[in-house]
Design a protein around this ligand. Structure first.
Ligand SMILES: Nc1ncnc2c1ncn2[C@@H]1O[C@H](COP(=O)(O)OP(=O)(O)O)[C@@H](O)[C@H]1O
Ligand SMILES: O=C(CO)[C@@H](O)[C@H](O)COP(=O)(O)O
Length: 502
């Protein structure tokens, strides 16, 4: 048996390539970054070939610097940032930069979809049309770039383009397809109703694969530039949140995932295709066959801390900021932060809301600002947890993942605000681990995801609610919760002011 599988995680800021052995031990990991382009306010784009070049560089380093033998690689799979629109022409050439998940230019197109399809859209997709999703981006290109639209032969999602360049095969997987809001979740086929309604030829939708299904093999061209062996099996992979759920072992409904990455996610395994949160929460196919997950996304979770760091303390590490926050007590001395720095997706689908610090006092120190940011992000997650509670979904454990899960303070804040046991994992970068699990199952190392996660996913520590802190947060959360209603119109007027005066 060959020794390794590789997982490739196409993130928003960088690609991470992880090599693991049969026991899930990380034997090598390399990453490479790429630029994020903001040609206008609300626009967020990347060049698909930047993802490919960075992936090739990371793979090359894995083979040369970490001395992973290409001949010992049993299979490769992917996790990818969701929703990003990649458009190819008849020669499979990229027609324009990819429009990403955090791009908010498509409010008008979302309104059009709502007007034309209303409840029928939610019945088909179990989602509302929101700015981040792929369909409104397609409609934006139709309307604003007709010369590009005329040339479109196929659309792909980010990881699919990287896979295409490695194998020469065009396809997507079901978990990423649901994120386009063009898949009929009831029939598991591209929705001809949606495509017909918006004059989209069904032929531009890629063929569909299950996550651990073979999608092709490394082509001889890609073998030459990367150092991989041609013929190495490549498996379809999954949307990053589906891969993360796999990498956190979320294969059953008792637990909920809380992810603090650039964006933030509260995610729950859903066994039943009929579940419908009417689009307040997203509903997507899981990486497992015949399973689903729901989730709410806070657009700027870790990104709120990034903003604070690059604006006010550029030379301090995240670890140093987290240490400083320990000087501030529970409740940050009455300073409350809402993390709506780039608008919000859930529970408020609002591209115009913006963040705020409420209760600012001349006694507040920088530590209070940092702590209020950590708390505000978790309050925004609590807004999402409340939706599950209102739907009578009971769970006893929150599994915390993403870069923010490195901090014991942030883990304890979660236990205290959620009033639930919080588990941290040995490997909090679950999207890339999930991609390796998909490859390991695809390669036949394990019979199914459960068998593989039993070996690959390891809990590090549990954090338990501290009664006194829980009481304090139960007083503060209702105050946080009111800030959205009170700042909504103010934010809208301020955005208009910016647009008229920039
Ligand atoms: N040592 C740390 N302690 C707490 N939070 C951290 C630490 N390092 C990074 N972070 C947070 O994690 C976020 C990055 O998480 P990550 O999962 O790597 O994101 P992504 O995959 O979206 O790029 C940063 O934005 C930051 O807020
Ligand atoms: O839009 C979503 C999910 O719907 C995001 O979660 C993206 O899938 C990318 O997230 P990062 O992992 O880069 O924060």
């Amino acid at each position: 048996m060959k020794k390794y599988v590789l997982g490739i995680d196409i993130g928003t800021g960088s690609v991470k390539v992880t090599g693991v052995d049969y026991y899930g031990k990380i034997v090598a990991q390399e990453s490479a970054s790429y630029p994020l382009l903001h040609p206008q306010v609300g626009f967020s784009e990347q060049n698909p070939d930047d993802w490919v070049n960075a992936t090739t560089k990371a793979i090359h380093n894995l083979l040369t610097l970490d001395k992973i033998s290409a001949a010992e690689i049993a299979g490769i799979s992917y996790s990818g940032q969701m929703h990003g629109l990649v458009l190819l022409n008849k020669n499979n050439e990229v027609l324009r930069p990819a429009i990403l998940w955090d791009d908010t230019r498509t409010t008008k197109q979302c309104q059009l979809i709502e007007q034309q399809m209303a409840q029928h859209f939610i019945q088909i997709t179990h989602n509302r049309p929101l700015e981040g999703f792929t369909l409104p981006k397609i409609l934006w290109v139709q309307e604003n770039e007709p010369e590009i639209w005329q040339q479109v032969k196929i659309f792909l999602l980010p990881k699919d383009y990287v896979r295409y360049q490695m194998t020469g095969q065009l396809a997507t997987d079901y978990s990423d397809a649901t994120g386009s809001v063009m898949l009929d979740i009831n029939t598991q086929q591209w929705s001809s109703t949606i495509c017909d309604q918006f004059h989209i030829p069904l032929s531009i939708c890629p063929s569909l694969l299950h996550s651990s299904e073979i999608a092709g093999t490394i082509s001889s061209e890609y073998a030459q530039i990367s150092g991989l062996q041609s013929g190495t099996p490549v498996y379809a992979g999954a949307a990053d949140n589906a891969a993360s759920a796999v990498g956190a072992g979320l294969l059953q409904p008792q637990s909920v995932l809380s992810s603090i990455g650039t964006s933030g996610v509260v995610l729950k395994y859903e066994p039943d295709a009929q579940t419908n949160y009417q689009g307040v929460l997203q509903f997507e196919d899981h990486a497992l066959n015949d399973a689903y997950y729901s989730m709410g996304v806070t657009l700027a979770a870790g990104d709120s801390l990034n903003w604070f760091q690059r604006t006010f303390c550029r030379h301090q590490s995240f670890a140093a900021l987290l240490k400083e926050a320990e000087q501030s007590p529970v409740g940050a001395n009455g300073l409350v932060f809402t993390p709506y720095l780039v608008g919000e997706r859930a529970p408020y689908a609002d591209a115009f809301i913006r963040g705020s610090f409420i209760g600012l006092d001349s006694s507040h120190k920088r530590a209070d600002f940092i702590r209020s940011i950590l708390e505000g992000i978790i309050f925004s997650f609590e807004d999402l947890m409340q939706i599950y509670q209102h739907n009578q979904h009971n769970f006893d454990t929150v599994i915390s993942i993403g870069g923010g899960a490195q901090s014991p303070l942030w883990l304890q804040i979660q236990a205290d605000i959620f009033n639930k046991k919080v588990a941290s994992l040995m490997n909090e970068q679950t999207a890339s681990l999930g991609a390796t699990i998909i490859a390991a199952v695809g390669a036949g190392w394990y019979a199914n995801f459960q068998d593989c996660t039993d070996v690959f996913v390891k809990t590090k520590k549990f954090y338990y609610p501290i009664a006194d802190n829980v009481t304090k947060y139960q007083k503060l959360y209702p105050i946080y919760h009111q800030v959205y209603q009170h700042t909504r119109d103010l934010s809208f007027n301020l955005i208009q002011f910016r647009q008229q005066n920039h």
